[in-house]
Design a protein around this ligand. Structure first.
Ligand code: BG6
Length: 528
């Protein structure tokens, strides 16, 4: 997010480990190119791709040009001519210490060429780990052992501002459970200061996710009702129509929906929906509130986890190419990996005690939809009940924040139907986010990388948040019963039927809780 009072974007060398990987090709380079097109990249920013495949600078540029053409929002030859010289390449294996003398030399050479060397003879460096998580720790250790991180020396220097900084962006999956995450955080902590570590979550780069705090705290009317007195429950959904396909073999079958989407992205969205107001919009104030919130989420016992979640996996579709998950190449059906998960969480705190939060995500579902649905309670009494039996049971207010596919906010309210007598109907106050506020939505990665160059961690995750997220999710992941009872669901549906029981349990009389399943935002007349 761009603030007028943001620290300046300083020149630096951005080193991408995993330069020949999918993320670099589909997201990182196209996002950086888009930033250049918008004039938002500093002139003295050089991008060094590091990967094992031997390639010349020009061959790397040719490959990236194809990616930019395919994945950037617009391709423009003049912008490419300006952007391409920034791209450099070094063949090397980040997991092997032997690659580091050449890397250290390259950093200094590029710093000299770009005239961005700082005190001590090095430029600012931003490392980006876009590699398999199995090599995160070796790469971090090698960066440390090669003496590439001198950040700590800045604090001992009288002239800290002229010393170079080193920062690191690290991709998800960030650990596979609490112990592995603690180990990765310890490894990072041996080499980098916590405020030089940028644990990226591309959901925090999404406009409507960032807008949650603005909506809650830049307006007067939501916050007084944003608590257990007025809110019945909250649903956070990330439904996708795509299947897992070739990702099953190298990643998904050992991850599953809970690790891939809920533990990371949806817990972050949940935090923004549920935190207390930070004292100011900045990284440390927001991180403090997120940590406090996660700490108030109880660790479930195995028994509680079993009754608070459902796992599912998709079956075969009608087209021959729509394979069942278990038939995707590389899937071991015995692992019972879930392509759908729904969980119920709660917080032991003053604001939310007793309010359930339902998080769900699945592949091959009926629609691509990422949304937050806040279900309010009904008014304390119904003044209209005696006028007509049809008025006895009216739906409560509901706020829908649609993050994807089309950003929007919709508040369902009751009104009088024009005409004689009193008849009630529901209608939506709809806000089409982009039409209303203008601006251009850009790929989430670009602004997040710029924030890291500025040293702004507002949209990144603190160590304690990530560890807290795993503490909350581990009981579901480790429950043998949940896995043994994994449910099949047909592609193109909203997931397994058994998930209805998770949300339905504990409904208050007259206000039955149901999943918000629909494929359009204009559902004003539907009952809840
Ligand atoms: C990624 C997951 O982090 O997010 C993918 O690994 C998922 O499995 C993707 O498809 C969804 O992102 P978005 O931005 O399309 O909601």
């Amino acid at each position: 997010m761009t603030h007028a009072n943001h620290p300046a974007i300083e020149p630096c060398v951005l080193i991408i480990f995993g330069a020949s990987g999918d993320l670099t090709k589909r997201k990182l380079i196209p996002a950086l190119y888009d930033l250049d097109r918008q004039g938002r990249l500093p002139e003295q920013l050089c991008i060094l791709g590091v990967s094992r495949t031997p390639l010349s600078d020009d061959a790397f540029r040719d490959k990236m040009k194809e990616s930019v053409k395919e994945f950037a929002s617009v391709f423009d030859d003049a912008v490419w001519a300006r952007f391409a010289p920034r791209l450099r390449y070094l063949a090397g294996d980040g997991a092997s210490p032997e690659s580091f003398p050449a890397l250290s030399k390259k950093i200094v050479d590029l710093g000299g060429e770009y005239k961005i060397l700082r005190e001590g003879g090095s430029p600012n460096v931003l490392f980006y780990l876009s590699v398999s998580p199995s090599v995160y720790e070796p790469i971090i250790d090698n960066i440390g052992a090669a003496g590439l991180v001198t950040e700590g020396h800045r604090w001992c220097s009288l002239n800290a501002a002229s010393m170079p900084w080193q920062r690191i962006i690290i991709e998800k999956p960030f650990g596979t459970d609490l112990p592995t995450t603690v180990s990765l955080n310890q490894c990072l902590g041996r080499v980098f200061e916590e405020d030089a570590i940028f644990r990226i979550d591309h959901y925090l780069g999404k406009e409507l996710v960032q807008n949650i705090l603005v909506m809650r705290f830049a307006n007067t009317f939501f916050e007084p009702m944003w608590n257990r007195t007025y809110i019945d429950h909250v649903q956070i959904t990330a439904a996708e129509t795509v299947g897992v396909g070739s990702r099953a073999a190298n990643f998904y079958d050992t991850a599953g929906a809970l690790r891939d989407m809920i533990q990371s992205h949806l817990i972050q969205v949940l935090c923004l929906v549920a935190i207390e107001p930070p004292s100011v919009y900045d990284a440390s104030a927001i991180m403090r509130e997120k940590i406090k919130l996660i700490n108030s989420c109880p660790t479930l016992t195995d028994e509680q986890a079993q009754t608070s979640a459902v796992f599912g996996r998709y079956t075969k579709g009608s087209k021959p190419e729509d394979k069942a998950y278990v038939d995707e190449p590389g899937v071991d059906p015995k692992r019972a990996t879930e392509t759908y998960a729904a969980i119920r969480l709660g917080f032991d705190n003053w604001r939310w005690a007793g309010v359930p939060f339902f998080l769900r995500s699945g592949k091959r579902m009926a629609a691509k939809r990422t949304e937050v649905m806040v279900q309010f309670r009904k008014p304390p009494t119904n003044l209209f009940r005696h006028l007509d039996p049809a008025l006895a049971d009216r739906p409560p207010n509901r706020l829908l924040i649609t993050i994807a596919p089309r950003e929007g906010i919709s508040l369902r309210m009751e009104g009088k139907v024009p005409g004689s007598g009193i008849k009630l109907a529901s209608a939506n106050l709809d806000l089409d986010y982009l039409n209303s506020f203008g601006g251009e939505v850009i790929e989430a990665y670009g602004p997040l990388i710029l924030d890291a160059i500025r040293g702004d961690r507002t949209l990144y995750k603190h160590r304690d948040e990530v560890e807290g997220g795993w503490r909350v999710c581990d009981p579901f992941l480790k429950s043998a019963k949940l896995r043994a009872e994994i449910q099949d669901y047909a592609p193109g549906t909203w997931g397994p039927k058994a998930a209805d029981a998770i949300i339905g349990a504990g409904s208050t009389p007259g206000l039955e809780r149901r999943w918000h399943n629909l494929d359009s935002t204009s559902d004003a007349t539907r009952t809840p």
